[in-house]
Design a protein around this ligand. Structure first.
Ligand SMILES: NC(=O)c1ccc[n+]([C@@H]2O[C@H](COP(=O)([O-])OP(=O)(O)OC[C@H]3O[C@@H](n4cnc5c(N)ncnc54)[C@H](OP(=O)(O)O)[C@@H]3O)[C@@H](O)[C@H]2O)c1
Length: 361
């Protein structure tokens, strides 16, 4: 190998929770099937970091079991110093955290030529300035930003929107059921059973965040809508998305220990919304909607809508995501993309797709 050849990419995994663990499981499965994968060199969580040997599963287990008390300061410092060595051009960081501090580093890493693959929505789905810094750093260094896992857990949404724009199409509007947990809740809710009971069932099945208010507030959908809109070329600010939260005030102010009891505050208003929709022959769906407003300003909103039963966003079952894209090309009928868009396994698969796209480029 000539001395000047670029060394093979190494990979650093941040986050050893639900998605990080699913990532390692799929990584091992692909390795067993003979896929050529870059070396998974290190993993880290909020407590410490370690270099992986050949046994990645063992490294994951060690990292998951770190007790904050047992992580002596020197060990933590040594672990994080090791990470810094990996943050060099051509290597890949996989962000499987929900950390704002980690997302705030994405642009810096890209500027150093490090590729970033992320399930964390706080890169392109938070402040516009941060999203613009990410885009600028990519352009300047040619490093890749793999964000397929951030919306629709790898459904071909972002890449379709970017391909349409790159082909000269103008996106007029994007609307969609973007939250797997809210899709499941409104698929299941029949106006008879209590909505609070549906939320409890969804929590127990792992469809919602541990604190379901994060889903019910609409904030997660706001971030996904921002990511889609910005992929369509719209410089949309966070505050420009009008979000209608489902949380009654009694639930939004409840202490975390009182959330379960406070869920009943959802029942009466949602039963009424359901009945009103039924009377009009409509169905309730939690929708993110952005109109790119060519020549007329843009509008973006997130909230519960009563849609005609034959509306393209009323199809699908369970936690399916559904997104309709209206553009010059798809003027009469929108392009509709639908499929399972939630869960750790599909999210991890989307992360690995992005890693392989980078290493095989
Ligand atoms: N769960 C899903 O089905 C799903 C689906 C799609 C997208 N996502 C997204 O994927 C991401 C991860 O979700 P998750 O469900 O796996 O969350 P999780 O189980 O809570 O795991 C988060 C991991 O991030 C680590 N972390 C937090 N701050 C960190 C920091 N500053 N540096 C390094 N590591 C840090 C945590 O460390 P500790 O272990 O020390 O706490 C933990 O290991 C989130 O952005 C989420 O929105 C999740």
């Amino acid at each position: 190998v000539p001395a000047t050849a670029t060394p093979p990419a190494q990979l650093l995994l941040l986050g050893t929770g639900t998605v990080g663990s699913a990532f390692v499981a799929r990584w091992q499965q692909l390795a067993r099937q003979g896929w050529r994968l870059p070396r998974l060199a290190a993993l880290a969580n909020s407590r410490s970091a370690l270099a992986c040997g050949d046994d990645i599963a063992e490294a994951l287990q060690t990292a998951r079991q770190w007790s904050p008390v047992a992580c002596r300061e020197e060990a933590v410092a040594a672990g994080f110093a090791g990470l810094n060595e990996l943050l060099q051009a051509n290597n890949i960081v996989v962000d499987a955290t929900a950390s704002d501090a980690v997302a705030a580093c994405h642009a810096d890493w890209l500027a150093r030529g490090v590729h970033v693959v992320t399930a964390n929505k706080l890169g392109n789905g938070a402040d516009l300035l941060r999203a613009q810094a990410i885009a600028r750093a990519r352009r300047e260094t040619g490093a890749c930003y793999g964000d397929a896992a951030t919306v629709g857990a790898g459904l071909p949404l972002l890449r379709t929107i970017r391909a349409l724009v790159a082909g000269g199409d103008r996106i007029h509007a994007i609307e969609g059921v973007l939250s797997g947990s809210l899709a499941w809740l409104f698929d299941r809710f029949d106006g008879e059973r209590r909505f609070s009971g549906c939320v409890r069932t969804a929590c127990a099945a792992g469809y919602t965040e541990p604190d379901p208010r994060l889903d019910l507030s609409g904030e997660d959908v706001r971030r996904k809508l921002l990511i889609l809109a910005r992929a369509a070329g719209l410089a949309l600010e966070t505050h420009e998305v009008q979000v209608e939260s489902l949380l009654p005030s009694a639930l939004s102010v409840a202490d975390i220990t009182e959330v379960d009891a406070a869920l009943i505050a959802l029942d009466a208003p949602l039963r009424q919304r359901y009945r009103n929709a039924l009377r009009d022959g409509a169905r309730l769906r939690f929708i993110g909607h952005v109109e790119t407003g060519i020549g007329a300003g843009h509008r973006a909103s997130v909230g519960l809508r009563a849609l005609p039963a034959d509306h393209p966003l009323c199809g699908g079952r369970g936690t399916d995501n559904r997104v309709a894209i209206h553009s010059d090309r798809y003027r009469t009928q929108p392009l509709v993309i639908q499929g399972p868009g939630a869960g750790a396994e599909v999210t991890a698969a989307a992360l690995i797709d992005d890693v392989l796209r980078i290493t095989s480029a």
